[in-house]
Ligand binder design. Structure first.
Ligand code: P6P
Length: 343
């Protein structure tokens, strides 16, 4: 049986920069600590999610988040778990969350660190009550060491400046998927041991696919290049693509992206004309950027349709973005269709 490498050992070897099981790459001690704490918080969230009705955690809370979305009880629980797990460790300066309007600065009673942590504590929460996979998405930036006290401005960095990103998917398995900039690794939670165990590293997204993920009910609202791409997929063998396509839409980005990291595919949540002023539905800082980096680190492409997601210079903490990510050759085709449309 292959030796089981725990997340702790994987991160310690990353910290040492040894050639161990994880290969090249090093991370500073404070980042290792941060990632261990986030993983521990995800274990707690997984326990709460798995209890479901037995834990009295299903259903809606009587509140809305900053996005104007009705919060689920588990949205609030997951947010609190991440805040409480991370605020005292001394590795963070501040946190930002889909569930909170402004940033959460580490209280003065705790030492301040140099990292900034952003998260969607429970993505896909509309699926909670129907027992479909959901997950936690997180992104880590470095605060400007020379800067004054931490503010929202510190978070407004392009996705290319992330130092770590990942998600934890709560499905048939609880799996943590992580990058620190030298490839993507997956860790499955061994519930008997209570630890995450390395189950895949050097994850690669196949450059081609026959599987697309999009919410087809929005088709009439899409821009022409997106409609052209999906129409051609639907024409299958008889059409210009010369091959049939399959469709998946879980309405849980974590689950759709996990499938793409596992077997390829293209995921799209494009701009649509229902809210022309909004570039898209998904949030840049704690959904598109971390997922986009993971996809790129696995050899895929992450675009808005017209530009690389990780190049976007954010102007607002909760800004939205159009997302087209996954298998390189398919995403590049969508980008080409956008360019041809505007030419
Ligand atoms: P729709 C979940 O609410 C989410 O933010 C993503 O996880 C998911 O991909 C998308 O929205 C689903 O959106 O419009 O299909 O419900």
């Amino acid at each position: 049986m292959t030796q089981r490498i725990s997340l702790t050992r994987y991160l310690i070897e990353k910290q040492r920069g040894s050639q161990g099981a994880s290969g090249q790459g090093t991370i500073p001690p404070q980042l290792r600590l941060l990632l261990e704490v986030v993983a521990r918080a995800c274990k707690s969230i997984s326990l709460a999610v798995t209890k479901g009705a037995l834990g009295g955690v299903l259903g809606a809370a009587e509140s809305e988040n900053v996005q104007g979305e009705i919060q689920k009880k588990l949205d609030i629980i997951a947010n609190e778990v991440l805040i409480e797990a991370n605020e005292w460790g001394g590795h963070l300066a501040a946190m930002a969350s889909e569930e909170m309007e402004g940033i959460y600065t580490v209280p003065n009673r705790y030492p301040q660190g140099e990292y900034l942590l952003m998260f969607d504590p429970l993505d896909g929460s509309s699926n909670i009550d129907v027992n479909v996979s959901i997950g936690t998405i997180f992104s880590v930036l470095l605060k400007d060491p020379e800067g004054p006290t931490v503010s929202e401005q510190d978070f407004l960095q392009a996705g290319s400046r992330q130092v770590a990103a990942g998600y934890c998917i709560y499905g048939p398995q609880t799996t943590l998927v992580l990058t620190v900039g030298d490839g993507v690794a997956m860790f499955t939670l061994d519930r008997e041991q209570g630890s995450f165990v390395l189950t895949q590293e050097n994850v690669r997204v196949p450059e081609d696919t026959q599987e697309f993920a999009v919410n087809m009910s929005n088709m009439r609202h899409w821009a022409p290049p997106v409609k052209r791409y999906i129409d051609e997929c639907l024409e299958g063998k008889e059409g210009p693509r010369g091959k049939d396509f399959n469709m998946r839409w879980i309405a849980s980005m974590v689950a759709d992206v996990h499938r793409i990291l596992t077997r390829g595919g293209i995921f799209m949540y494009p701009w649509d004309k229902r809210e022309p002023g909004k570039p898209g539905k998904l949030r840049l800082m704690y959904e598109a950027n971390p997922m986009g980096w993971l996809i790129e680190q696995a050899g895929g492409v992450a675009s808005t349709g017209t530009e690389r997601i990780l190049d976007i210079q954010p102007t607002q903490l909760h800004q939205r973005v159009s997302v087209v990510l996954g298998s390189k050759n398919e995403v590049e085709r969508v980008v080409r269709y956008h360019a041809e449309h505007t030419a």
